[in-house]
Design a protein around this ligand. Structure first.
Ligand SMILES: [Zn+2]
Length: 320
């Protein structure tokens, strides 16, 4: 080979390599990266402790779980940007009004142009945490009473109940994941009263009602029904499956159109709210406070996240 041909070959080879390099860059750039930005939201915080247990508040435990989940996700997916609505005990962006804070959560998610919103909460039955003492009648005793005075004085027996104090345990345990009810308009008139064990935020605060009269909100609602709803339901289902596989009691995927879910309505992306367990049950609260319990919950959500991402990015998938 002459020196000229050799040089030409080198140039050709270099060009080939460059082309391949470009192709790989291009392929990366256009590969279906379904999740670029994910919002992780620890519920409550600051002046809003959420539900109270015997040893902790919902705000504290939700933050622990949210931060641990974020850490695991960041390690596994360095290419995804994770945005936290709060990383300390304060409400998002130092907000002091819990209702405004919910609006801030949605704003943060929308500003970050999130592809997914995951909110972490704990459930409560609305009854006393742990349990409470109640009274029951175990039998009757005869008590002597006297009626009348003087000669008319009479001795009488009256039956009196014998009470016993007993402890009623707050037994409800389990998980449930909420998505926004897409079939409802979100108007205040269609407000559905929460079932037992629901959220404890104020009910009729105007900040918590989504205004669907603006064009922007209408578009968001339409998008939600078509794409966001389907994907929210998909991930929610996977989260609950993972909890169930881990031996937790799962109440499955729920839809609720009230204030506790407002943040889901207001976010322009698939959104789920995970009730990771009942803080009102002594054992479940201890579990959710424990290292093992938090790690398990995080692993369950992480498994669901992996499956969800895979499903979105599968070539034959139509879920995008
Ligand atoms: Zn909550």
């Amino acid at each position: 080979m002459t020196k000229k041909i050799k040089t030409k070959l080198y140039i050709l080879a270099a060009a080939g390599c460059f082309l391949m390099f470009c192709q790989s860059i291009f392929a990366q750039g256009t590969s279906k990266s379904a999740l670029r930005t994910v919002i992780i939201d620890a519920g409550h915080g600051g002046r809003d402790p959420g539900a109270r247990g015997l040893i902790s508040t919902e705000a504290e435990v939700a933050l622990d779980i949210a931060l641990k989940l974020g850490k695991e996700l960041e390690r596994e997916y360095p290419e995804i940007k994770f945005v936290y609505t709060r990383t300390d005990h304060n409400l998002p962006r130092g907000e002091s009004d819990p209702n405004k804070a919910n609006r801030v959560r949605a704003e943060m998610a929308n500003e970050a142009k999130g592809d997914l919103f995951i909110s972490i909460h704990l459930n409560a039955t609305g009854q006393r945490a742990g349990g409470w003492y109640a009274k029951r009648i175990t039998g009757y005793k005869n008590k002597i009473v006297y009626t009348g005075t003087g000669k008319r004085r009479k001795k009488k027996y009256v039956k009196q109940p014998i009470y016993e104090s007993y402890y009623v345990k707050n037994t409800r345990v389990g998980t449930e994941t909420y998505i926004w009810a897409a079939d409802r308009s979100g108007s205040k008139s269609e407000y559905v009263p929460e079932e037992e064990g629901g959220e404890e935020e104020p009910v009729d605060d105007p900040h918590n009602v989504l205004d669907l009269t603006t064009p922007e909100a209408k578009i968001r609602a339409q998008l939600y029904t078509k794409y966001f709803f389907r994907n929210s339901a998909l991930l929610a289902q996977m989260v609950e499956e993972e909890f169930g596989n881990n031996g937790r009691k799962s109440y499955g995927v729920k839809q609720r159109n009230n204030k506790g879910i407002w943040v889901l309505q207001a976010t322009g992306m698939p959104s789920i709210l995970i009730e990771t367990g009942f803080i009102s049950n002594k054992e479940e609260e201890e579990y959710l406070n424990s290292e093992k319990g938090q790690q398990e919950v995080v692993e369950n959500i992480l498994n669901a996240f992996r499956r969800y991402k895979q499903e979105l990015e599968a070539p034959r998938s139509t879920s995008r």
